[in-house]
Structures are given as structure tokens and as C-alpha cells.
Design a protein around this ligand. Structure first.
Ligand code: MG
Length: 191
């Protein structure tokens, strides 16, 4: 499972302080919502492709955010419409509501240990098969549970950081000896 923080990991602002709800899609906008004053919110450029990569590889997608404005975060996820850029998707590009890509969303203030205990309880996925992308060092405390924490830089989540995280997860799995007898072409099935 790939778990994503929202503020400064998926989009470049704090949803509880930098925008004023309601957040709504305007017209046919792609990857863009605006707040009541017209301030825009979009995912960082690589984020939609990362979500669709996960979807293609059957990697469950989850959000873990400690924002104090959960309803604004949900409005953003509902309003941000993306175009599925998967090579295998049909000839007419499909529009997808980003909230529909998330299997689990844990959005409320407090230590992310709580968010991950809930994700584990709901999904039955072992902590060792979760990768967490987050821009705040303090949230690395989830590593105590066995989750692989990947710190996102000030540029936000990009393909380089995502790929590095997946490679690290695979290396850890090899070290645990869990890939014996598994097909090399099947790297993502356990996430
Ligand atoms: Mg953040």
C-alpha cells in the first residue's frame, strides 16, 4: 500500500490555512479546484501519474493527513479531476475523480501513528508492506510500526522520490527473504 500525506506532499499548500472553503472545480478544469476567493489548488505535477502507476500495479492508495480542516481536504479530493494517463487506458482518455483513487483516507489531527493503526486494522496489510510519503520529518515516527517512511523534499512528491521509495521497499523485502520463489515481474503484489 502506498500512503500519501496531503499538504506539501501532494499539493503545495496547507489546506487549513492557505485556502478558504468551499473548494470547487470550475467548469471542466483538470487537476484544479478554487476556493471562495479564486485561489487555486492543484496536485504537484507528477502526483497524478504516481496515483495511476499505483492503480495499474494494484498498489492500494491511501491518504494520511493531520490537517485540522478535513472537510476542505475532502472537497479538494472530490473536486480534483484527473486524466488517466495509463498507457493501457482506453483510446478516449478517462476523467477520474481523485477521491475515487483512494481506498482509505485517514484525515484528522494528531499523531500519524493513529492514522496507520487504523489503516492496518481496516486493510489487514502488514505495516512492512506500507510505504509512507510525507514532507514532515516528525511523521517518520510511523517507522516504529515497521512502515517504510520516505521523506519528501521541498519540491513536493515527484517521480524520483516515489521510485526511490519503491526501490527501498523492494530491497527491504529482499533482506527479509520474502521474495524467494516470487516472480521478478511481480514486484508490487504485496504492497
Ligand atoms: Mg505535509
Amino acid at each position: 500500500m502506498a500512503v500519501f500525506d496531503l499538504d506539501y506532499t501532494c499539493w503545495p499548500l496547507w489546506v487549513d490555512t492557505h485556502v478558504d472553503p468551499p473548494l470547487k472545480r470550475k467548469g471542466e478544469a483538470i487537476n484544479k479546484v478554487v476556493d471562495r476567493y479564486g485561489q487555486a489548488l492543484s496536485f504537484y505535477p507528477h502526483v497524478p501519474s504516481i496515483f495511476f502507476f499505483c492503480q495499474r500495479h494494484n498498489i492500494a492508495i491511501a491518504a494520511a493527513s493531520r490537517t485540522s480542516a478535513p472537510s476542505a481536504a475532502r472537497q479538494a479530493l472530490n473536486g480534483l479531476i484527473l486524466i488517466d494517463d495509463s498507457p493501457s487506458s482506453s483510446s478516449t482518455p478517462k476523467q477520474v475523480k481523485s477521491s475515487s483513487l483512494f481506498k482509505y483516507t485517514e484525515i484528522y489531527p494528531g499523531s500519524k501513528l493513529t492514522h496507520f493503526k487504523k489503516l492496518h486494522a481496516d486493510s489487514s496489510i502488514p505495516y512492512s508492506d506500507m510505504i509512507f510519503f510525507d514532507d514532515e520529518h516528525r511523521n517518520g515516527e510511523v517507522g516504529k510500526l515497521g512502515v517504510l517512511f520516505v521523506e519528501v523534499g521541498s519540491q513536493g512528491l515527484d517521480l524520483g522520490t516515489f521510485t526511490k521509495g519503491v526501490a527501498e521497499w523492494r530491497a527491504r523485502r529482499s533482506a527479509r527473504g520474502e521474495d524467494e520463489g516470487r516472480k521478478e515481474a511481480d514486484p508490487a503484489t504485496k504492497m
